[in-house]
Design a protein around this ligand. Structure first.
Ligand code: F6R
Length: 242
């Protein structure tokens, strides 16, 4: 595991974007695993800038997002599909046929999950997976006590997560309580992982993820077992490490 501790959110965004930019330059047909939430927004801005400056080309890139809320349509502003469109996809030359986000409106969720896994496999797997981290240590929407061997599946969101995500909704009652998420096994199969964290509210889970026991109680702790993982964190998120 490599830990890159930078000054602030902007530096975290630049550093993590640099890692993704290098991946795209080295392999313009890369398969990217993407995250949503507030943390990677700055990184997406940097990726858009790198595209506008002519450093990277998304034409042959494929993406797989980590998760999507259950029962929320693509057109809903709270959907992760909408988030990705606004923050990245409509700003770069990605082929919309190459973007993949779990369909929270699928009639048969089990089939949707199996199909999602198959699509990832058929593409040869994820080359680089971007992750955020929840305050309870979740990655994707794999909440504490998840089974490490889980593949893409339907998850029930933790109370803490619902509370944390309520900042994006008008009221907490509107926050979906279930989602489809890549499982821990799906995430661990990525060839390279870059986890981003910013702010002091992430300090505890970052400490536990890096130095704590490897346990489903703190899903991100499993990353200690991955052969190629980089934590790009700012000073506040890293404040418990020294
Ligand atoms: C998002 C995701 C989540 C978030 C996590 C942190 O696709 O899978 O694991 O990365 O909840 O969210 P923020 O960045 O909003 O603190």
């Amino acid at each position: 595991m490599k830990i890159i501790c930078v000054n602030d959110y902007d530096d975290m965004s630049k550093k993590s974007a640099d890692i993704v930019v290098s991946q795209i330059i080295l392999n313009p047909e890369s398969v990217l695993g993407l995250a949503t939430g507030s943390t990677p927004i700055g990184m997406y801005k940097q990726l858009v800038k790198a595209y506008e400056d002519g450093h990277i080309d998304f034409e042959k890139i494929t993406t797989f997002n980590l998760d999507e809320y259950f029962n929320i349509d693509k057109t809903n502003k709270q959907s992760y599909y909408y988030y990705m469109k606004k923050n990245l996809f409509e700003k770069v030359n990605i082929n919309m046929e190459n973007i993949n986000i779990p369909n929270g409106m699928a009639d048969n969720i089990d089939e949707e999950c199996l199909e999602y896994e198959k699509k990832i496999r058929d593409k040869g797997g994820v080359d680089i997976q971007v992750l955020g981290i929840g305050r309870n240590g979740h990655i994707g929407f794999n909440e504490p006590d998840i089974k490490f061997e889980a593949l893409t599946h339907m998850v029930k969101l933790d109370e803490q997560t619902i509370k944390d995500n309520s900042r994006f909704f008008d009221s907490i009652d509107e926050v979906p309580t279930t989602a489809i998420s890549m499982g821990i096994k799906t995430i661990m199969r990525a060839k390279k992982i870059v986890l981003l964290a910013s702010g002091k509210e992430k300090a505890e889970c970052i400490y536990e993820a890096i130095y704590g026991n490897i346990t489903p109680n703190l899903p991100a702790s499993v990353l200690q077992l991955h052969p190629d993982v980089i934590f790009v964190i700012d000073k506040q998120a890293g404040s418990k490490l020294n």
